[in-house]
Design a protein around this ligand. Structure first.
Ligand code: NAD
Length: 299
């Protein structure tokens, strides 16, 4: 079967899942999608996929199943404990979980999948909504070489950089290391920008100077936290959409646990964790804003 003849089931059509589905459809894959939110499902249909009536209907008979869900509790409930989707996914099919969850959750999913003859890959992503729309995500995969090889065409339709971090769960470990660093440099970037503004600098001019100097980093390059510096990022749209504060807090919690379990010293990650918690506690709607709103802590 050529890869484009594969039937793909996609579950979780939020900020990331919807643009990922759009790229799969544009590249000629046939996608059956499901989300518990009717609005998200309707929006995804406009992007070119078919709507399934349930998660179970989506995965039934599928060759590849992709999940892009908020957290590990939902992933385990959907795949193993409540809806038992792994028992509906055909033996021999490939499950790719792109959600960011703990390596422990991921290992549990891999073990259940193995016992049912379903190939499995943990494949969390990086790059944010911009890269999801552009089809340039980075995928950090954990699983067997065979599963990694089988996933190439599908992941290649949504991403530009596809890494195998190691065996089952290794993709998730790479992802939380990356996101702990992201939290640190986003908080540091916001702190530096606000100090510049407080001392009379124009945030756009300061951003350009730091971007081209030794302070340059991804937050300055692609996701400036100061409103009005970059037109297309959440900071210029009242921090709506993007990568929510509650999801960053989830990732920092996962990083803290992994750090503790491995006796790693993570003072920078701990500080970033405390700042994002302070941001969440600062207003009722704060956890539903994009994580670059960490700038508000410094204002
Ligand atoms: P989101 O909250 O926008 O979307 C999640 C979607 O899952 C929602 O549409 C929700 O209705 C759906 N959902 C929840 N429970 C479900 C269930 N039981 N069955 C079917 N659908 C269900 O989240 P997002 O920003 O798209 O993030 C998804 C994952 O990607 C998270 O694990 C996040 O940490 C990770 N991630 C997000 C970003 C980002 O920039 N937003 C970047 C990298 C990784």
């Amino acid at each position: 079967m050529s890869t484009n003849e594969q039937t793909i089931a996609f579950i979780g059509l939020g900020n990331m899942g919807a643009p990922m589905v759009a790229n799969l459809c544009t590249k000629g894959f046939s996608v059956r999608a499901f989300d518990v939110s009717t609005e998200a499902l309707h929006n995804a249909v406009k992007l070119g996929c078919d709507a399934a009536t349930s998660a179970s209907a989506a995965v039934s008979g599928a060759d590849v199943v992709l999940t892009m869900l908020p957290n590990g509790e939902i992933v385990e409930s959907l795949l193993i404990d409540e809806q038992c989707l792994l028992e509906v996914i055909p033996s021999g099919a490939l499950l790719i979980d792109c959600s960011t969850v703990s390596a422990t959750t991921s290992l549990r999913v891999h073990q259940h999948a193995d016992s049912l003859g379903v190939q499995c890959l943990d494949a969390p992503v990086s790059g944010g909504v911009g890269a999801a729309k552009a089809g340039t995500l980075a995928f950090m995969c954990g699983g067997t070489l065979d599963a990694f090889a089988a996933a190439q065409a599908v992941l290649g339709a949504m991403g530009a950089n596809i890494f195998r971090a190691g065996d089952a769960g290794a993709g998730q470990t790479a992802k939380i290391c990356n996101n702990m660093l992201l939290a640190v440099h986003m908080a540091g970037t916001a702190e530096a920008l606000q100090m510049g503004v407080n001392n009379g600098l124009d945030p756009s001019v300061l951003s350009e100077i730091m971007r081209k100097s030794s302070g340059g980093n991804w937050s300055l390059e692609k996701y400036n936290p100061y409103p009005g510096v970059m037109p297309e990022v959440p900071a210029s749209n009242d921090y709506v959409g993007g990568f929510l504060v509650k999801l960053m807090l989830k990732d920092l919690g996962l990083a803290a646990k992994a750090g503790k379990a491995s006796s790693s010293k993570t003072p920078m990650g701990d500080q970033a964790h405390a700042l994002f918690q302070q941001l969440k506690d600062s207003a009722e709607d704060a956890e539903g804003k994009d994580f670059s709103s960490i700038l508000k802590i410094f204002q």
